[in-house]
Ligand binder design. Structure first.
Ligand SMILES: [Zn+2]
Length: 272
């Protein structure tokens, strides 16, 4: 994570001094915590695809909304990818403890509005549970901005291709955000072997996008359904940096709008 050319980001916690955080907490009560995964993303995309991507989106949104972006974890919940070397998964218990401790620290310092920004499906249920716990057990409030929002933006064009992992969408995102990390020579469409009932639902998903929820619920370990770790019926060769930019801009816009709506609904005064 050492890049001599990286410029200082005035809303990104790892770049700030304590007096700068002190000044920021007097202007805003909001912190965005990005979550992703360290998990295999097929033969062409890096392990950090989800975390790197969500940090980039959260940083851009935080700068625009003038709130804090505080990444606290690189790995998260990826048990279903453990067949593939390099994947790191945390236990639910460890994940919950780290998130509660980190959110508690930020809340203690005045960032009482915690947005859990999620870019990895495997984290969604646990982050939703943690948002409830933060709101119930601390002086803070938490919401999840996650997979539901991501799907609205991300999957529209490819919704009937189950393009959820290292497919056209994620390859496009990485080609836009960090093309130097994409092994373009290794992009390949997987052979998928999904249960028949999921395939039957997939045929109807364009008419009823809510079916996607049932198709992805309790998916088997990834190596049992995909030949190379990608989950898509689309051809990732169709990915492009232009599509990645569209997705990035739309996601940042949606996150900024979500933060502003939340702040407007409940007041924006700093609590320090
Ligand atoms: Zn991913």
């Amino acid at each position: 994570m050492c890049d001599r050319n990286e410029t200082k980001d005035a809303y990104y916690l790892p770049h700030l001094t304590w007096p700068e955080v002190d000044a920021l907490r007097r202007r805003t009560d909001t912190a965005v915590l990005p979550f992703g995964a360290i998990e295999q993303h097929g033969p062409a995309l890096p392990m950090g695809t989800d975390t790197l991507g969500m940090i980039a989106v959260a940083r851009a949104a935080a700068r625009e909304a003038q709130v804090l972006c505080a990444p606290i974890l690189f790995p998260a919940l990826s048990a279903h990818h453990m067949h593939f070397p390099g994947t790191i998964t945390l236990s639910e218990d460890t994940f919950c403890r780290v998130v509660m401790d980190a959110a508690g620290s930020l809340i203690q310092h005045g960032f009482r509005r915690i947005l859990l920004a999620n870019g990895h499906g495997g984290n969604e249920a646990t982050l939703t549970y943690l948002a409830h716990r933060i709101s119930r057990e601390t002086r803070g409030r938490a919401l999840v901005f996650g997979i539901a929002e991501l799907r609205k933006i991300y999957l529209t064009a490819e919704i009937d291709k189950l393009d959820i992992h290292a497919g056209i969408g994620e390859t496009s995102s990485m080609l836009y955000q960090q093309p130097q990390l994409v092994r373009s020579d290794r992009i390949e469409q997987p052979t998928m072997t999904l249960d028949r009932w999921r395939e039957a639902l997939l045929a109807r998903v364009r008419d009823d996008p809510s079916l996607l929820r049932y198709i992805t619920l309790g998916l088997p370990p990834v190596h049992e359904i995909s030949s190379n770790g990608c989950i898509t019926y689309g051809d990732p060769h169709r990915a492009s940096a232009a599509r990645g930019k569209e997705l990035f801009d739309a996601y940042v816009r949606a996150m900024v709008a979500f933060i502003r709506a939340w702040q407007e609904a409940t007041g924006t005064e700093a609590t320090v």
